[in-house]
Design a protein around this ligand. Sequence first.
Ligand code: CMC
Length: 428
Amino acid sequence: MSKQATIEIDGKKYEFPLITGTENEVAIDIATLRSATGGVITLDSGFKNTGSCESAITFLDGEKGILRYRGYSIEELAKKVDFLEVTYLLIFGELPTKAQNDKFHDDIKAQSTVDEDIKKILEAFPKTAHPMGIISSLTSALTAFNPSSVNVNSEEDMYKAIVKILGKMPVLVAWTMRKKQGLPLDYGDDSLGYVENILKMMFAKPNCKYVQNKILVDALDKLLILHADHEQNCSTSTVRIVGSAHAGLFASISAGISALWGPLHGGANQAVLEMLQAIEADGGDTKKYMSKAKDKNDPFRLMGFGHRVYKNFDPRAKIIKKAADEVLEALGIDDPILAIAKGLEKEALEDPYFVERKLYPNVDFYSGVIYRAMNIPQEMFTVMFAIGRLPGWIAQWREMRLRKEPIGRPRQLYIGETLRPYIDVDNR
Ligand code: CMC
């Protein structure tokens, strides 16, 4: 392939270099487009064709349904390592040795408390507040309690900020859920694994000993691994762009949490379950909802279906579907919601509307069924996604700062009024 791309504007040709990634993906480097052409820009609403950065963290091929973290396939990682090892891998680039992993965990545990005054902020939220809004606010508030800015030229400083957020966010999550349920707020138990501790912090009752259920620990571990990174999705791009203004790690993550909340992104897992429950309450009429999803005059979409990048099966959905079967069977749960989900999937995969548009179940389609079996309240589903995505956000923020990327600042094509004379208020 030629190493140049040529763009012709008004008969004049401009050459731009082609850059090839390690998986032979090709990009046109248009960094000089505007200066060379005297002001021409590219327009790509929703960034459907625009790369915002070079990154060595996650590779995904949406046509082939491939997802890899740092070169390791998601299928292998989900089977062979735990969430903390994946966290280390994503952030620092290599799977940890036993000693590195132990130290990493110890350092996180040392940071797994938050200032008691955070409870006052939590108290002030109304009972109706959605947990994602609370978590985003509390994560941002962490900046106030840890005001010293991170020197990104110091590996040690970066590391300290990273273990802080990994230690503190699960506490904020557990407290948010417990406050809504009227349970006392407490800290975890540092003799436990990272994921075990999350479960204990969320579910321990004040009057009885919390007993870990290995099925639930393994299921949550797997779900968190599958959510841990997904290259330049909406929330991750948000984290990178906020961080590119040199806002701190906690502020950048808080912005990412807000982006994730949206139902077209992480909020879809809650929306999927609400949709499945609505179908169940409506007598299980999946055909009716399929018609609604295809009707262009109806705003309803089949939640948990479709993906900007995957035009084939989302590899995460395949693993989660199998896990949903296994978890429900192991727990002895017969959930009609799972049957509705499977029926809907089958119909969609055979329906020309979905086939032509290459719409497949995504990561959010089956995850809610597992969270429900774990007794996690529906409003907390997207929060669980956020715990999973935290290592990805951190890794992407760190990479962006280490590569000294410039501030993110897209261009626009102005389509408003041209210069016009001012009209006095009496004459408007
Ligand atoms: N139900 C019905 N029609 C759909 C759906 C759906 N879930 N998704 C896409 N379409 C149609 C859409 O109407 C359009 O049709 P047409 O070409 O006739 O106008 C076509 O498929 C292409 O859709 P699009 O909206 O242009 O695609 P996009 O890449 O901009 O959006 C998406 C991707 C994920 C936002 C979208 O598929 C969607 O809204 N899905 C439901 C929400 C959801 O499950 N989100 C979770 C995504 S995975 C988790 C994450 O990483 O965020």
